[in-house]
Structures are given as C-alpha cells and as structure tokens.
Design a protein. Structure first.
Length: 313
C-alpha cells in the first residue's frame, strides 16, 4: 500500500514595508492631483470665479458704466432683489415661467413615458428607427424648429389652422394671441424635448424584472395594475431623474420665446431667463444678477421638494 501526502501550501508573500506603501500611495496621489489640476484651474477661473462675481454684483448698483471701475460701485444690500419683486414685468415673466413648467413638465414626462412603453412593448424590429425619429427634435437647432413651427402655426395658411378649418373651427392666431401664444410654446417644447425622457425611460423599463409582471399576470392583475404596482415603483429613480432635469430645464426656458415670439404679444410669453437676459443687455447688471439668483433659488427649492417627495420609502 502506498501513502500519498498533500503538498504543503506555498508560504504567503511577505507584506511590503510600510514606508514603501506610503511612498507609493503618495506618488499616486500626486499623480492624480497633477492630472486633475487643469480641470480644477479651468473650473475656478471660468466657473467658480464668475459665479462668485455675479453673486457679489447682485448686492451692488453696478451698471454698464461701471465696467471700467468695478471697485467703485456701491453696496446696496437687498435693494436689487426688492427691485426685482416690484418690477411688474419680472412678476409677469415669473408667472409665465410657472405656467410653462406646470404644463410642460407633466406633458413631457407623460409623452416620454408613453413613447418608451410603446417602444419597449409594442415595437420590435423598427425600435431603433422610432427611437432615432423621436430623438431627432432634441438635437435639431432651435432656429430650424422655430421656422418649421412658424409655418405650421401661421394664422391663414398654416397646416394646423388648415386642418382645423376642415372641421369648422375658426383659425386662431396661435403666436399673436395672448391666450394661445404661451400654450403654443408649451406644445412646441414638449414635442422638442420628450425624446430625451423617452430614451431615459426606455433604459429604465428594460431593467424592470419581467418575472414580476409574469407573476402578477398569473395572479389576475391587469395591465394598468401591473404598471401602477410594478413598473412605476421599479423606475422611481429614473422618474426622479427625468422629473428633476426636465423641471430645471423648463424653469430656465429661454430659447422658445426668444426665437418664436420675442416675449410677445404684450409680454405674454416672456420668461424669467429672457427678462434677466434683457436686463443684462440694458446694462442693469446688479438687478439682472439679483433676478438670476432668484431663479436659481426657485430651482433649488423645486429640486429639493422633488427629492423629498420622490425619495425611496
């Protein structure tokens, strides 16, 4: 009878000396700082410093005539913020922005989620084609979009009014009437931006566990019940991301009224960002800075509320 013995385990390698490890970690840290230095310098010079300057400027009476001597301006405290609140045009711009957000954000999310569900469930081989088609308006220039929508919304021979005329509806002046101008911009913005939420929602839907839907279907749950009880809770982080980013973008909406209506008619489509931009153009730098930070404060509050409401239970 022969006996066999298991080979002895190899000895563990000796740990590196503490001094060598610290020297290696220090070299890696210095290399990381060196690689990050260009970004840090650019961020401080072109982002952090201008933001700090604009904040300081919002508490001064700086105007365009003070550019040559920026340190000779006077500190006025919260006067610029009070001036912004007392400005009727700024209040109207803030109201227009609120209406734009309250209408545009839900419509954009609903349209994006509906398109994502259709692509996830009902479209097979042509999914990539529809995805590109829905996303194309997002990457299209606002100038090109504005030209197309101006033709569509022309009061006399536009396509929209032509179709409405076939069913006996009078042709409204979409961009020239205070009652319909802002609504027209909301519709255009939803059409232009829902492709972004569609792509994000589609990624979230594809990560939902299919077995949960199958089990719920076997238990007798219909499509709406499965969507409400399984799909929505599963894509809650995705929904929060889309809600926050869409709200931030719509609170800063500027391109649509600037290109389509120039804020008219009678300031019915002017936005807070557009009016702030005009104040900078007029040389009222202190007041414009205060308006910009009021917009930033509203964005921060809205974002905080959304995180509180949509957080995981």
């Amino acid at each position: 009878m022969t006996s066999s013995t298991a080979p002895a385990p190899a000895p563990a390698p000796a740990p590196a000396p503490a001094g060598r490890r610290s020297r290696g970690g220090g070299a890696e840290a210095r290399a990381g700082l060196l690689l990050a230095l260009p970004f840090v310098v650019l961020f401080l010079v072109f982002t952090a410093w201008p933001v700090l300057q604009s904040m300081i400027m919002s508490f001064t009476d700086m105007r365009i005539s003070d550019i040559r001597s920026p340190f000779a301006v006077n500190f006025v405290g919260l006067q610029n913020y009070l001036t912004a609140f007392e400005d009727p045009v700024f209040r109207r711009a803030a109201l227009n922005t609120a209406v734009f957000v309250l209408l545009g954000v839900p419509l954009t999310i609903i349209a994006g989620l509906a398109a994502a569900i259709a692509l996830d469930k009902g479209v097979g081989k042509l999914r990539a084609v529809f995805r590109v088609g829905f996303y194309t308006p997002v990457i299209t220039s606002i100038v090109a979009v504005a030209v197309v929508w101006r033709f569509l919304l022309q009061p006399e021979n536009g396509l929209v009014n032509t179709v409405l005329g076939w069913v006996g509806i009078d042709s409204p002046h979409w961009l020239g009437d205070q009652r319909t101008a802002l609504l027209s911009l909301v519709i255009m913005a939803v059409w232009r931006n829902f492709g972004t939420s569609m792509v994000i929602f589609l990624a979230g839907l594809q990560a939902v566990d299919r077995q949960l839907h199958e089990a719920a279907a076997l238990d007798g749950a219909n499509a709406w019940q499965r969507f409400r009880s399984i799909t929505v809770p599963s894509i809650r982080p995705t929904l929060l991301f889309v809600l926050v980013t869409t709200s931030i973008g719509y609170l800063q909406f500027f391109e649509e009224p600037f290109v389509m209506t120039n804020g008219g008619p009678l300031n019915s489509t002017i936005s807070a960002s557009m009016y702030t931009y005009s104040q900078f153009g007029f040389g009222n730098y202190g007041v414009a800075g205060a308006m910009a930070y009021l917009t930033f404060l509203v964005i921060a509050i809205v974002t905080l509320v959304q995180f509180r409401l949509m957080r995981e239970k």
